[in-house]
Design a protein around this ligand. Structure first.
Ligand code: AMP
Length: 177
């Protein structure tokens, strides 16, 4: 790849899939970015650099697409990785929260021993749409009373205004549609 890497050039590699998984949804497919080594590294590096002075101790990632970049970012920051998963997937004791999705309803869980009150958390998902998922994840994290929570998304669908559900948190998104 010879092009200069910018977030604008990364944006051109996100594949839009109309009517997936149901009619009316314009699905933003990030696999076309992740499959290119230069783009995968550039996006993970960009996120990690943004948070490198925040003292992040845990990167909390939302199943399942959030795990991919979130894992790379946790490694780069020298932070721990904590999964938030769909019901019944985590093996030990969990806290759970129901939430609304852009296309349906769901529930998420986190292990009760995953976070402490001294953690500084980077909360990552691949995409912010209506904000229901991230809002539920923040509710789960607030149970632990951590020092800080920084919500961070690869993509934000700004027209859905999901940010308004994320309160006064410092929200960062790399790519905006
Ligand atoms: P929301 O709770 O509405 O903010 O939805 C965010 C979650 O749903 C993220 O985990 C995304 O992976 C997924 N999602 C919602 N809408 C889309 C979309 N248009 N394209 C890709 N993923 C989406």
């Amino acid at each position: 790849m010879t092009e200069t890497l910018t977030l604008e050039s990364v944006k051109e590699h996100i594949r839009n899939v109309p009517d997936f998984p149901i009619p009316g949804i314009q699905f933003k497919d990030i696999t076309t970015v992740l499959q290119k080594p230069e783009l995968f590294s550039f996006v993970a590096d960009t996120i990690a650099e943004h948070y490198q002075h925040k003292g992040i101790t845990k990167v909390v990632c939302i199943e399942s697409r959030g795990f991919i970049l979130g894992g790379a970012v946790a490694h780069k920051l020298g932070a721990g990785f904590v999964p938030i998963r769909k019901p019944g997937k985590l093996p030990a004791e969990t806290y759970a929260k129901d939430y609304q999705l852009e296309y349906g309803t769901d529930s998420i869980e986190i292990h009760k021993d995953a976070i402490t009150s001294s953690d500084r958390i980077l909360l990552h998902d691949d995409l912010l749409a209506t904000g229901g998922t991230a809002n539920a994840a923040i509710d789960l994290l607030k149970v632990f009373n951590p020092v800080a929570i920084y919500p961070c998304f690869f993509i934000e669908l700004g027209f859905l205004n999901g940010r308004k559900y994320l309160g006064n948190y410092e929200v960062t998104s790399l790519i905006h549609f």
